[in-house]
Design a protein around this ligand. Structure first.
Ligand code: 8YV
Length: 314
């Protein structure tokens, strides 16, 4: 039996899970009834399907004595108590590769929207500013600028590929150097921010990266700089970010992820120099289907005693 914490946007994926297992859909149960509901079903549950955003914490894992596998419909592991899973020998799988391109596309969409004022200009046309012949301030060109990619995994590298086509110089930083790339590595995150017009955050949310993009980094990025975040809100000191955008220490931001989703601070919503999207990096029909299919296939492999397709290394 499976515990499903969130459905897939793919009906075909949900149907396969319902056909192959007895599924308990926690997301259909009101929050205040969930504890009692789960207590009743907990002993039978051998697998959990969760998302990158929801994860599975130590408390909830503790309620499931016979849990064998956690299938994350996403790549972020910040919400999963991996130490507990390791101790108990619970397998964990994610959905790498299939979401890389779409998440990279959203990073570029946010960057282009920020640099070329797309959201403001859309509002300007709708509100009749163009017809009133209100002057339009020129935007700034991408060509010849420098982008710093913080976190140079698959998604960071896919963003680098796209940026090259726009004539943007690219560098990266992450603690471990990547072999076989022609993209130069900066000495530190601070050096990366100093060298960059755009800082693009693609690193995982871990205790080591928590609020790593702080006032110092934002100041280094500077008044003409733009911050793009498609990773996790936890990597940014959001209070410092808001202050920097308000007082002009930072030029602009394009954000798909936030510290306390789905809540976005009013101060951030009020700023004209930010573009905001509701954590949709991987949210396309094609990618969510492929992600969900990987969840289904990993579960099938596990319960058939075969090796997992995309396991998280313990
Ligand atoms: C979604 C994500 O939040 O992959 C991740 O870690 O953040 C996103 O793809 C989610 O996991 C979708 O199910």
């Amino acid at each position: 039996e499976l515990l499903i914490l969130a459905p897939s946007p793919s009906a075909a994926v949900n149907a396969q899970l319902d056909q192959q297992y007895t599924c308990h859909h926690a997301w259909q149960v009101p929050a205040d009834e969930r504890h009692a509901w789960l207590a009743q079903r907990a002993p039978a549950i051998r697998g959990v399907v969760t998302t990158g955003a929801l994860g599975l914490n130590a408390t909830d894992m503790g309620l499931l004595p016979n849990l064998e596998i956690i299938a994350v419909n996403g790549v972020g592991l910040d919400g999963v108590a991996l130490d507990v899973a390791r101790e108990r020998g619970i397998a964990v799988t994610t959905t790498p590769n299939v979401l890389t391109d779409d998440v990279a596309d959203v990073a570029l969409a946010l960057l282009l929207a920020s640099a070329r004022h797309i959201v403001t200009l859309d509002r300007f046309v709708r509100d009749g500013g163009w017809e009133r012949r209100v002057a339009i301030a020129p935007a700034s060109s991408l060509r010849g600028k420098t982008a710093g990619i913080f976190g140079f995994g698959q998604i960071g590298q896919a963003i680098a590929l796209r940026l090259a086509a726009f004539g943007v110089h690219v560098r990266y930083f992450q603690p471990r150097a990547i072999a076989g790339t022609s993209v130069p590595r900066a000495e530190s995150l601070l050096a990366l921010a100093q060298e960059s017009d755009y800082l693009i955050v693609c690193a995982p949310g871990t205790p080591a990266t928590r609020k790593i993009v702080d006032r110092t980094i934002l100041d280094a990025l500077g008044p003409q700089g733009t911050l793009i975040n498609i990773a996790r809100g936890a990597l940014i000191d959001e209070v410092a970010l808001i202050a920097a955008l308000q007082d002009g220490h930072l030029g602009a931001a394009g954000l798909d992820v936030f510290a306390d989703e789905p809540r976005v601070p009013n101060a951030l919503r009020a700023l004209p120099n930010v573009v905001l999207t509701p954590h949709v990096g991987s949210l396309t029909v094609e990618t969510r289907h492929a992600m969900g299919q990987l969840v289904v296939d990993n579960l099938a492999a596990h319960f058939a005693g075969l090796s997992l397709l995309t396991p998280v290394k313990p």
